[in-house]
Design a protein around this ligand. Structure first.
Ligand code: TMO
Length: 317
């Protein structure tokens, strides 16, 4: 009896020490530079706060985040697109330098995209071979080359332009908001525009348009110069057409904060929800915090299940 009592006391002490520890430690969430990623980060942060964690956002470009995750300077990244340095990520997961926390059931595509009305001026699209004949359609100012607008996310576009001998130049903008403004303006004026776009995204819900069909992707396209129409250069192909979106964490995270990790693993969104998140932020100018709160208010049943883990019992009574 005495022994049992002692054991119970120790267990109680352990539980309270570990729960204090864990909730005292702040969960550091990576914030990237596009809307759906920011809204999901926000939803996750609010869920953790309901359970008693503190959270903090760390703004990082996608290229810089791997270093931070690997060396445990941040804990969580809620929305990694396969198009975003997949090789680097696979390598980090396989070498157990970072931890995967699940794949959303969303199929994504990212590539060069134009509004449907451009077909009047360049009827051979979406075939990429039409691009050079239509360079003038997409040109700006005195430079005869066509312009392709993209964001701050490296996608080997200049390498592709070289490999496929395209008479085009790349203009990179600093974030998704700048791309949105540019596209909205062009669309309203029915002005030709060629832009980096992805799906799911707000564009799906508002505009008609198509991706340029480049030569089909194959892994060798990125590793073997002989592959494809250019015998000399890599990247003579388009991006793959059905890619994943994952959640990842620092490798220490699952053990350091099992409850926060379990919540992350349960968390899931549909493609439509991602498109709505970016619509509300990018087009309807709501803050990511507002959109996150609205989603939580409207989806109580959904996320309550995400909090139901043994690892979270210490926090929920
Ligand atoms: C990662 N992103 C959706 C901006 O291409």
């Amino acid at each position: 009896m005495a022994n049992n009592h002692r054991l119970a006391c120790i267990m109680l002490a352990l539980t309270s020490i570990s729960s204090q520890d864990v909730s005292a430690r702040t969960v550091r969430i990576v914030l990237n530079d596009w809307a759906s990623q920011q809204v999901i980060s926000n939803v996750y942060s609010q869920l953790l706060e309901k359970v008693g964690f503190k959270t903090k956002f760390v703004s990082l470009p996608t290229d810089g985040q791997w270093y931070y995750l690997k060396y445990n300077y941040v804990d969580v990244q809620v929305e990694v697109w396969q198009g975003n340095k997949e090789n680097k990520l696979t390598q980090l997961i396989e070498s157990q330098s970072i931890q995967e926390a699940g794949t959303y059931s969303i199929k994504t595509r990212e590539d060069w995209w134009y509004p449907s009305y451009v077909t009047d001026l360049c009827p051979q699209l979406p075939d990429w071979k039409a691009l050079n004949n239509c360079a003038k359609v997409f040109s700006e100012g005195d430079d005869p080359r066509g312009v392709y607008y993209t964001g701050p996310w490296e996608r080997n576009d200049s390498a592709r332009i070289r490999a496929l001998n395209l008479n085009y130049r790349v203009i990179s903008l600093s974030d998704d908001a700048s791309l949105v403004k540019l596209l909205q303006k062009a669309y309203n004026q029915k002005k030709p525009i060629l832009i980096f776009n992805w799906t799911p995204n707000w564009v799906d819900t508002q505009y008609d348009g198509e991706f340029v069909e480049f030569p089909d992707y194959a892994p060798e396209c990125e590793t073997n110069p002989e592959w494809g129409s250019s015998k000399q250069f890599l990247y003579d192909c388009g991006n793959p057409k059905a890619r994943w979106v994952k959640k990842v964490t620092a490798k220490e995270f699952p053990q350091a904060m099992p409850c926060a990790f379990d919540i992350l693993r349960s968390m899931t969104f549909s493609g439509e929800e991602l498109a709505q998140f970016s619509l509300q932020v990018n087009v309807h100018s709501q803050s990511t915090q507002q959109v996150g709160e609205q989603w939580l208010n409207q989806n109580q049943q959904h996320w309550q299940d995400w909090l139901a883990h043994y690892s979270c019992d210490a926090y929920l009574d």
